[in-house]
Each structure stands twice: as structure tokens, then as C-alpha cells.
Design a protein around this ligand. Structure first.
Ligand code: C5P
Length: 228
């Protein structure tokens, strides 16, 4: 198994959580969400290092947390940007050693090791692999709330992170996006623009992004279940 480096954007504000501060500092089972996520990679022997993008003013607090919770693999804390893509770009620029890189939202603490392993394997072979789950609901296109069409959901995937890439491919995609002022909602979009194929790896429905208060409740239940 090839090792990988994980790039973790952690510089958001979490407005939809309504906590009034970075949602990654909210605790579940006595540990901040950020630490739950970092712990997955700390414990994974295939992860050779982590690069985090953070808000400048939150850097001391995060450094203190890493120390307190025994997170040792963080190679760099870089300054995030106003948009998620810019925060990821800062991590990409800070990583210079090639190989396979994973981009993972710091707000997704429930990613499973076997999904990570599969993503790395596919990215090594094919360059780009993203985690996703098949959509469960009926999907319709409805601009302004008026249904235009119903989409064949058997072809649709809800895409998550991690997203895994050969470093050189991701770097080229990121530089091109920046030069052309393109802003995507995930890294796959910027790689797709290069015309490079991206493979979807089946993930799990519990790999939720902690976004609203309901996600926290769900997270507490998942953690409780894992402890049993
Ligand atoms: O806001 P959302 O949950 O979609 O953000 C996904 C991840 O990207 C979070 O871990 C958040 O901290 C990070 N982010 C960032 N810089 C931004 C916005 C979001 O690092 N400007």
C-alpha cells in the first residue's frame, strides 16, 4: 500500500451551524470535531502526514488542541482563504513531495479506513478518485421551484470527500483554476476541467459533513454506537 498525504481545509466559519464560532471546535463525546477527523488519519499507518489550512487567528488554538489530543502527523498549518477552494490551494502549494494526496473536509469525522484505502488505490492507478454515495431520493430539476424534469437517479451520486489524486494532476488543476478564476465546489471539478477522467468510489451514508445542529445529534449517536 502506497502512503498518502492528507490536505484538510479547516478555515471555514460554519455559519449554517449557528455556533458563532468555527464549528470544528464544537465537541462530540468530549472531543472537538476537528480532532475526531484528524484522529482517523493519525491512526492510519498509511497516512504519512497532514497539511491543514486554518484561519490565522485560530492557529494558536489549533496548535494547542493538536498538542492536547496527541496529534503528531501535522506537517504544516497554512493560512486558509475566503473560499474553500482557496484554502485547499494553500495546502496544495505547501505540499511539494508528489505522490498521492487526499483532500478531506475537516468537518467529516466519520470517514472509514477501507474507503480511504480504496481511494488511494484507484488514484494510484488512474490519477483521480472521489468518494460518493448513490442518491436515495427522487431528483428533479426545478428552477424557481417549478419542476422542469425528473432525472434518472440510477446515474446520480452525491459526492463527498475524501477526493484522492496524483499530486501533479491536482497541482496542475489548481493552478489552472486559479489562473482562470474558476471556483468549483469540490476538487474533482477542477480536475474534470483538464479532461482527466475521475472515478467514483462507493463510500458510506454516515460520512456526513457536520453542517447543521442535526448533524451533531447524528454524530453523537454514531459515536455512541461505535463505543458499544
Ligand atoms: O462550509 P463547509 O462545511 O462546506 O466547509 C467544508 C470544509 O472546508 C470545512 O472543513 C471548512 O472548515 C473548510 N473551509 C475552509 N475555508 C473556507 C471555507 C471552508 O477551509 N473558506
Amino acid at each position: 500500500m502506497e502512503t498518502y498525504t492528507v490536505l484538510l481545509p479547516a478555515a471555514g466559519s460554519g455559519r449554517r451551524m449557528g455556533a458563532g464560532f468555527n464549528k470544528l471546535f464544537l465537541e462530540m463525546a468530549g472531543k472537538p470535531i476537528l480532532i475526531h477527523t484528524l484522529d482517523v488519519f493519525e491512526q492510519d499507518p498509511d497516512c504519512s502526514g497532514m497539511i491543514l489550512s486554518v484561519k490565522d487567528e485560530e492557529k494558536p488554538k489549533i496548535e494547542e488542541m493538536l498538542e492536547r489530543f496527541g496529534i503528531t502527523k501535522v506537517a504544516a498549518l497554512v493560512e486558509g482563504g475566503a473560499e474553500r477552494q482557496q484554502s485547499v490551494a494553500a495546502c496544495i502549494d505547501a505540499h511539494r513531495s508528489g505522490g498521492i494526496v487526499l483532500v478531506h473536509d475537516a468537518a467529516r469525522p466519520f470517514i472509514k479506513r477501507d474507503v480511504i484505502r480504496k481511494l488511494v488505490e484507484v488514484a494510484r492507478e488512474d490519477g483521480a478518485a472521489i468518494a460518493g454515495v448513490q442518491v436515495k431520493d427522487t431528483m428533479k430539476v426545478a428552477p424557481d421551484g417549478i419542476v422542469e424534469e425528473t432525472v434518472d437517479r440510477s446515474k446520480l451520486w452525491a459526492i463527498q470527500t475524501p477526493q484522492a489524486f496524483r499530486y501533479e494532476l491536482l497541482k496542475e488543476a489548481s493552478d489552472k483554476a486559479e489562473a482562470e478564476g474558476f471556483l468549483g465546489t469540490d476538487e474533482s471539478m477542477i480536475v474534470e476541467r483538464l479532461g482527466h477522467p475521475v472515478k467514483v468510489v462507493e463510500s458510506t451514508y454516515d460520512n456526513v459533513k457536520m453542517t447543521t445542529k442535526e448533524d451533531l445529534l447524528f454524530g453523537e449517536v454514531l459515536l455512541k454506537q461505535r463505543r458499544q
